[in-house]
Design a protein around this ligand. Structure first.
Ligand code: PLP
Length: 381
């Protein structure tokens, strides 16, 4: 049984107000948003309201928002959609080595289809260097795709600067903002970004719903063909309940942005400080950028204790945490993010991600640190 949930970067519990906002669309307002009768019109009104709420929060117009099934689909739609629409101009794409697999595996697939992809390196804190972006740009580059905040170490990328470079060369710029929404202010009316991906389940919304921002001028080939939904950019009956939930989750962040950020920052800094106090500074290595980072992710290495052993022991103690490593054939592979950061082997093989949410408390931090200290000492002895 999980007692302490420190895995909010993987997913968050649905906020009770979100659940309440969703319920009518399962029970009373179950019409199809494309139907012309009363129930359909009510469902449509809910999606319009949600589109307005979310677009206002991120500073775009409602028509620039396409509802999708989540971050993965948004990333795929941005990459495949922009690649197909821009292939007459060129077939070169730039991304980074530390992207989420929703971007990396889509890029691998694009390579199989004749596109060329440059995977930018990052420094030891997980940041892309602007000079590397500059050097990678070619006359046939059609798209640059980088994440806003990394899901394993929390490092924030210099997206303003990358976006300006892209704009200067007439290259489309896609940003995966799945881990940034709610944690970093996003104002698309000012950001030099053409496409941006979002997901609701990272912000106390339901799973299986997200959005892609596509600026008015962006041409995208759809991934899905069928009905005329989403202005023919994404066919399929709208998931009204999930869309209403996503909208409510955004309203909740909007209402509490400042307090939530302060709280998460406090939880993160207390956890880091208390772990170092309990175990000694050299036994607790914090990964990622010290300043350019989101407040909810703390990636820590416990040198000498493998990620696998640590996660198993934390689970036994009722603490849910994560690693960025994929489990293949029963053992953990080293995370591609930490590998790209070129940290020492000892560090990459012992990294654990703790990620916090608004429902966590300082008491939980104290309890977790105590348990972790016991686990570490037990394993080391
Ligand atoms: C940075 C990033 N991009 C994309 C995704 C995929 O989002 P979803 O789970 O909504 O498909 C995730 C989920 O962990 C993520 O962290």
């Amino acid at each position: 049984m999980t007692d302490i949930y420190f895995d909010h970067a993987a997913t968050t519990p649905v906020h009770p107000e979100v659940l309440q906002a969703m319920l009518p669309y399962f029970t009373t307002v179950y019409g199809n948003a494309s139907s012309t009768h009363g129930s359909g019109r009510q469902a449509r009104a809910a999606t319009l309201h949600a589109r307005e709420t979310i677009s206002q929060f991120i500073g775009c117009t409602p028509n620039e928002l396409i509802f999708t099934s989540g971050g993965t689909e948004s990333d795929n739609m941005a990459l495949f959609g922009a690649a197909a629409a821009g292939s007459h101009k060129g077939k070169h794409i730039i991304t980074s080595q530390i992207e989420h697999h929703a971007v990396l595996h889509a890029c691998e697939q694009l390579e199989k289809r004749g596109y060329e992809v440059t995977y930018l390196p990052v420094d030891k804190t997980g940041r892309i260097k602007l000079e590397h972006v500059q050097q990678a740009i070619r006359p046939d580059t059609i798209l640059i795709s980088t994440m806003y905040a990394n899901n394993e170490v929390g490092t924030i990328q210099p997206i303003d600067d990358i976006g300006l470079m892209a704009r200067d060369k007439g290259i489309l710029f896609h940003v995966d903002a799945v881990q940034a929404l709610g944690h970093v202010p996003i104002d698309l009316s000012r950001l030099p970004v053409d496409l941006m991906s979002f997901s609701a389940h990272k912000i106390q919304g339901p799973k299986g719903i997200g959005a892609l921002y596509a600026a008015k001028h962006v041409k995208l080939e759809p991934l899905l063909y069928g009905g005329n939904q989403e202005r023919k950019r994404r066919a399929g009956t709208e998931n009204t309940a999930a869309i209403a939930g996503f909208s409510k989750a955004v309203q909740i962040i909007d209402r509490n942005t400042y307090e939530t950020r302060q709280k998460l920052e406090k939880l993160r800094s207390e956890m880091a400080a208390k772990l170092q106090q309990a175990l000694g500074r050299e036994q607790v290595v914090i990964n990622g950028h010290p300043v350019e980072r989101v407040p909810h992710i703390l990636n820590v290495s416990f040198p000498g204790i493998s990620t696998e052993t640590m996660l198993m022991n934390l689970d036994l103690e009722g603490i849910a945490a994560a690693s960025g490593s994929a489990c293949t054939a029963g053992s953990l592979e080293v995370s591609h993010v930490l590998k790209a950061m070129r940290l020492e082997d000892e560090i990459t093989r012992s990294a654990i991600r703790f990620s916090f949410g608004p429902s966590n408390s300082l008491q939980e931090i104290d309890k977790a640190v105590e348990k972790i200290a016991t686990v570490v000492q037990r394993i080391r002895n």
